[in-house]
Design a protein. Sequence first.
Length: 308
Amino acid sequence: MDPEITFSELTDDQMPAVTALCTDALDLAEDAAEAGAILTTLRVRAVADRPVVGFVARRGGTPVGLVIGSISRRKAGLGHVDLIAVAPDSRRRGVGRSLLVRIEQALAGLGATEVLLAGNPPHYAWPGIDVRYTPAICTALALGYRQDRKAWNMTADLSYPESPALRSTEAAETRLAGQGVVVRRAEPADLPALTRFARETFGGSWDGELANSVDRADAGCHLALRGGEIIGFAAYGSSRPSWFGPMGTAPSAEGSGIGGVLLRRCLADQRAGGHDRAQISWVGPVPFYSGSAGARIERVFFLYRKTL
Ligand SMILES: CC(C)(COP(=O)(O)OP(=O)(O)OC[C@H]1O[C@@H](n2cnc3c(N)ncnc32)[C@H](O)[C@@H]1OP(=O)(O)O)[C@@H](O)C(=O)NCCC(=O)NCCS
């Protein structure tokens, strides 16, 4: 290990410097471009929801490595590594290994007996390690992690007006209106009913993602209602501005075209927000997204776990 490298706990005042580090160290351009949003999600927002800890590696005062981890709120004893990144010119010198060892110890100190290299919803930046971050996969294997699940995103192309992802929803909304279905943007006052609907209909908890989507810059949520009751929703931007999800349609309303309308309303917002592509994250019903928005599977993630 390089003796010039020092380690310290990540603190708020270091956020600008570690954002610059991640912009440099996240090799995939679409991740580098959202480094600021990713760090805000994993470090600033996540703290409201779960214990978060991070470490910075420095050489001569400059950050060259970062790791952020957190404890699962859904399962006792489960820790997550949410992000690890080492500056390109400091790789293969043991920095990544040291950061992972430190975060494992810190998570163990917070009660973790098992650590996942996988997203920790509701505040996650990736479902797992994108397979194109191959050095990260090698690092995980070198540190004794074993692969369990796979996950994938779908990409919706927003780069040209005729894209199936940007198909107008007008005719479908007129048809739905004839059936008593109103489609509109969600407002803060909708949140209690929306989170209740999501919980009761789909189980689990999307509370955090929904709260982060409604009435926030770079994010949004659209609803379908019948007789004042929510029967479907779609949200985007809760963790990352270019990412879409979650969404859900009540089983009683499935097949009516509501899901496609809600999805494309969100994608139109994301296009208006300047995005050329949207990531439909951690899917899900592939034929639905392919049929409703011409989306294709693109990003594939391996998820890893290790017993401490
Ligand atoms: C993944 C990453 C953090 C590794 O950091 P690092 O400081 O280079 O890692 P280390 O030097 O501690 O390597 C530890 C071990 O992992 C393995 N490893 C790391 N990079 C490797 C590579 N490119 N090829 C093969 N094995 C590799 C090796 O076994 C290595 O041990 P060794 O050098 O003694 O052989 C770094 O490559 C990175 O920042 N990548 C881009 C960001 C990223 O992918 N993050 C994950 C998504 S969140």
